[in-house]
Write a protein that binds this ligand. Structure first.
Ligand code: HEC
Length: 228
């Protein structure tokens, strides 16, 4: 009996996060946040900056694996193919296998919920936690729809001297290989806005000042797709 009881408790914890199955991904909007993806109950879904995207060949690498992270940020799992609500491009939805579960992905990125959040509007676009950042996702064609050849030329001319030809970093300049496109685009937009996020942001603020939205989208697509 004891065993049954504890199994029931686990189920009770897991169930509210994935009330609908198969999952539908919808769009919500707020003045402060613009459009962002939610589940069918209006709860925001997030991607985690330190995950990698699923590709045709590989499952996503999910980095929120500690018990504390999994408890606070449950993955959005589904038994069937996820459905696209109004304003969501069904072609960008998918699933990736993780620990015997099917995790819903958007542009290959595994989706999470904030366990403690209801259907209210999130406080910001990103939440720093567990050595990374959980980001809302915008439904519009984003950084993956980039002009790769243009970005390759731009990267070689303007970025490689510090970040390396393969994004591996040079001397004390950081590696940017292995980061997903949303993360790179978000960082470039923060620098362009003049935000200081690290000790050497001054260099990047100067670099990003001249980038257009299209440049950022292209660079993010190029870096995330090309560099492992
Ligand atoms: C003069 C050297 C230099 C150049 C050129 C440069 N960067 Fe950087 N980049 C840096 C430094 C230093 C940081 C860390 C800044 C900080 O402390 O916030 C950084 C940070 C970044 C980050 C965030 C990394 C992370 O893990 O958060 C991204 C993304 C990035 N750069 C992309 C680019 C792109 C794209 C270009 C070309 C348009 C570029 N950088 C050009 C030096 C440079």
């Amino acid at each position: 009996m004891k065993i049954l009881t504890s199994a029931a408790v686990v189920l009770a914890f897991a169930a509210p996060a994935f009330a609908e199955d198969p999952v539908t991904i919808d769009v919500a909007r707020s003045d402060a946040l613009g459009q962002y993806l939610t589940d069918a109950e209006g709860r925001a879904v997030y991607f985690f900056s330190t995950d990698t995207r699923a590709t045709d060949d590989d499952a996503a690498r999910i980095s929120c694996t500690s018990a504390a992270c999994r408890d606070a940020w449950p993955l959005v799992t589904t038994s069937g193919d996820p459905a696209a609500g109004d304003g969501v491009d069904a072609a960008l939805l998918g699933t990736t296998e993780h620990a015997d579960a099917r995790v819903v992905t958007y542009k290959g990125l595994p989706l999470y919920h904030a366990r403690d959040a209801g259907a209210g509007i999130p406080e910001g676009k990103r939440i720093a936690a567990f050595d990374g950042e959980f980001h809302l996702l915008a439904p519009a064609a984003g950084p993956h729809a980039g002009d790769i050849p243009a970005a390759e030329t731009m990267f070689a001319g303007a970025c490689a001297q510090c970040h390396g030809q393969a994004g591996q970093g040079v001397a004390s300049f950081p590696a940017i290989a292995g980061k997903n496109a949303e993360y790179i685009a978000t960082m470039l937009m923060r620098y362009r806005a003049g935000e200081r996020v690290g000790p050497n942001s001054g260099l990047m603020i100067a670099m990003a000042a001249g980038l257009s939205d299209a440049d950022i989208a292209n660079l993010a697509a190029f870096v995330s797709r090309t560099f492992e």
